[in-house]
Design a protein around this ligand. Structure first.
Ligand code: NAD
Length: 255
């Protein structure tokens, strides 16, 4: 059985890794010896602390901008591991859904992973080894009201992942989704006010009756648990795991 540090020598680019789930994945991969490349926004001092902590480089490329993605992927050079994690959410009835929010959610959650993947795959194929991990969501498998763009983008990324897994099946490159249920991160915290307004609920009602209502375990998923799963998908033992959509949702999608 392979033990820790077996990502030594691997270069891992994790989008949206200045916060939440992406940061936890970066920390987990760094702890296993990977050279991590961070991306995302945030306070410059906080990001400097993260690059020091993980001896990492950071690109602030805005993934809504194809030229910025191409610039980041070119500057970063070949990567062994690509984690498409950056994502955003907006909650609104479909008839009122702001069209610019729809476009941005599809661009960040679905189109950006297409661009990073198409740019990373040639070097992975050349090396005969690679791992593409897409942070999808329980909303790649099921839906909730008022999240039309998010649900569409996450169902889309699940289909995209299966497609590239098939295309890459004989190359040593795997592609998988991780689909969390509710994880306590800034993204979840940020959608509470919108859900309160859309459904006319208090903050506690949103947490207990909407968010955790879906999770039979009645616990938020921890970002570190997702980091551990991402590391597993990079291990040699996971070489035959491809095209899969791994739920880590406290049993939500089992119902
Ligand atoms: P978060 O808001 O904590 O982090 C989002 C990250 O993406 C940050 O680093 C941010 O700077 C970066 N980002 C945002 N817009 C960007 C842009 N235009 N260009 C580059 N980077 C950008 O979010 P999180 O909760 O950690 O979510 C990460 C992923 O996990 C998302 O894809 C999300 O849909 C998915 N997810 C989250 C949950 C949850 O409960 N939090 C559940 C299921 C799936």
């Amino acid at each position: 059985m392979l033990k820790g540090q077996d990502l030594t020598g691997k270069r891992a680019l994790i989008t949206g890794s200045t916060s939440g789930i992406g940061l936890a994945i970066a920390r987990a991969m760094h702890a296993e010896g990977a050279k991590v490349i961070l991306n995302g926004f945030g306070d410059a001092d906080e990001i400097a602390k993260l690059t020091d902590e993980m001896d990492a480089v950071h690109y602030d490329a805005n993934l809504l901008d194809v030229a910025a993605i191409e610039g980041m992927m070119g500057a970063a050079g070949p990567v062994d591991i690509l984690v498409n994690n950056a994502g955003m959410q907006y909650v609104s009835p479909v008839e009122d859904f702001p069209t610019d929010k729809w476009d941005a959610i599809i661009a960040l959650n679905l189109t950006a992973p297409f661009h990073t993947s198409r740019l990373a795959i040639p070097a992975m194929k050349e090396a005969g080894w690679g791992r593409i991990i897409n942070t999808a969501s329980a909303h790649s498998l099921t839906a909730s009201p008022f999240k039309s763009a998010y649900n569409a983008s996450k169902h889309g990324i699940a289909g995209f992942t299966k497609t590239i897994a098939l295309e890459l099946a004989q190359t040593g490159v795997t592609a998988n989704c991780i689909s969390p249920g509710y994880v306590w991160t800034p993204l979840i915290e940020g959608q509470i006010p919108d859900t309160m307004e859309a459904r006319g609920l208090t903050r506690d009602e949103v947490i207990n009756d909407v968010l955790l209502a879906k999770q039979p375990t009645k616990k938020f998923v921890q970002p570190s648990e997702i980091g551990a799963l991402a590391v597993f998908l990079c291990r040699e033992e996971a070489g035959n795991v491809t095209g899969a959509n791994w739920s880590i949702d406290g049993g939500w999608t089992a119902e």
